[in-house]
Design a protein around this ligand. Structure first.
Ligand code: FES
Ligand SMILES: [Fe+2]
Length: 402
């Protein structure tokens, strides 16, 4: 290591607001370890929708960096999360991504756990071995509008503000009663922050996403967007969509509070929803009576973003795998009673955000390649990258918090 190499503390302090992050924020293992400790493990991550696990024993596994959780509907019908780490010698217990189980049997030496995490059998252990001392460790789990949230900390940030303020916008779309019509995970060989940064700015949209740019107005000039926004606002109430705007994504939020936000933006005239040609792709959500021609954005913490049209919702979740790899999970939600083949077609439903995410994957990987070069120097953000700027500054702030 270089004698004159700055310490991580010095690197954090020297971050220049308004500029992209220094190379070492992406490439230094010491920074990555600190991020996992201070950012990733300290925040809630959306792990899907409760409708994925309707019956006792239904489970899915969430992997984030070095941690893995089994989310399971317990024998009492409640959702629970356990560390997917055997209490014997630490093997992963559950190797399947999802399914239904009556027991979880560790593949290494066969210790058995029930769906409530209790150790029920361990072969050839001493007489005085007490199973009750070796239950799987609990992982923090909560729900928000039917979305399952997991946090790999015993002291997770408070969710009461988000639960209180987002209840109303989530209720418009009856989030509690949606179902997952499709789920895809996209492996992105790049540092996880570049993927989230990319999601948060639309400076690149006009050139990179012709499909998105046809219908979404976020990347057009404010003056051009205003009349469209006004038209949508005029229609919204008649369509059964309340006008709500929430912005609790604040650098000055008290430590331990999770940031969140909600807003609705007009699509271009003639587009009813986020689909090919803007044509309806599923039955209207909640009590919505008609298409207002808008799409809502929810921000839930630092990793999870929702985009909600009048007839379906798209949930975006970004998580690190390691310093060089991350994952983007996308869930497409429709109303619970909708039937595949009759009320919606999966290919039509996922089209827009599937093509857009594939295009983003390439952009993010190219960004990652350039950022690792000796010639990379952080450049200034444009006015269209303000959300990304705020997010990077929040990361720096959290890294500085001991
Ligand atoms: S590590 Fe699980 S039974 Fe040994
Ligand atoms: Fe993009």
């Amino acid at each position: 290591m270089h004698e004159n190499r700055r310490s991580v503390e010095e690197l954090i302090v020297s971050h220049k607001p308004g500029y992209a992050l220094d190379q070492r924020f992406y490439t230094d293992p010491e920074v990555y370890a600190l991020e996992i400790e201070r950012v990733v493990s300290r925040n809630w991550i959306v792990a899907g929708h409760q409708s994925e696990l309707p019956q006792p024993g239904d489970f899915k596994v969430l992997n984030v960096a070095n941690d893995s959780a089994i989310i399971v509907r317990g024998s009492d019908g409640e959702l629970k999360a356990f560390a997917n780490v055997c209490r014997h010698r630490g093997s992963l217990v559950c190797l399947e991504a999802a399914g239904n189980a009556r027991k979880f049997s560790c593949p290494y030496h066969g210790w058995m756990y029930d769906i409530d995490g209790n150790l029920t059998a361990a072969r050839s252990m001493p007489e005085d071995f007490d199973n009750s001392q070796y239950a799987l460790n609990r992982v923090s789990l909560d729900t928000l509008g039917g979305l399952m949230l997991v946090c790999f900390s015993d002291n997770p940030p408070r969710l009461d503000g988000a639960k209180r303020d987002l209840a109303e916008p989530l209720a418009i779309f009856d989030f509690e009663n949606l179902k997952v019509a499709a789920h895809k995970d996209y492996a992105i060989p790049a540092n996880w922050k570049l993927a989230i940064e990319n999601y948060q700015e639309c400076y690149h949209c006009a050139t990179a996403h012709p499909e998105y740019a046809q219908m979404h107005t976020l990347m057009v000039d404010r003056r051009k967007r205003e009349p469209l926004q006004k038209n949508m606002l005029g229609r919204m109430e008649d369509c059964g969509i309340r006008k709500i705007e929430i912005d609790k994504i604040d650098l000055n939020a008290p430590p331990g509070e999770m940031g969140y936000g909600y807003s609705r933006t007009a699509l271009f005239e003639g587009y009813l929803t986020g689909s090919k040609g803007g044509k309806p792709v599923a039955p209207l959500l909640g009590d919505i009576k008609d298409y207002d021609g808008g799409g809502s954005d929810f921000v839930i913490g630092a990793f999870s973003f929702l985009l909600v049209y009048s007839d379906h919702a798209v949930v975006y979740v970004f998580t690190p795998v390691d310093m060089h790899n991350c994952k983007c999970d996308i869930y497409w939600l429709v109303r619970k009673g909708a039937e595949e083949g009759k009320d919606y077609d999966v290919d039509e439903l996922i089209w827009l955000w599937d093509v857009t995410t594939e295009a983003d994957k390439t952009i993010i990987v190219n960004n990652w390649k350039g950022v690792q070069s000796r010639y990379y120097k952080p450049g200034p953000f444009s006015g269209m990258e303000s959300a990304e700027q705020m997010w990077t500054e929040w990361i720096v702030q959290e890294l500085a918090r001991g």
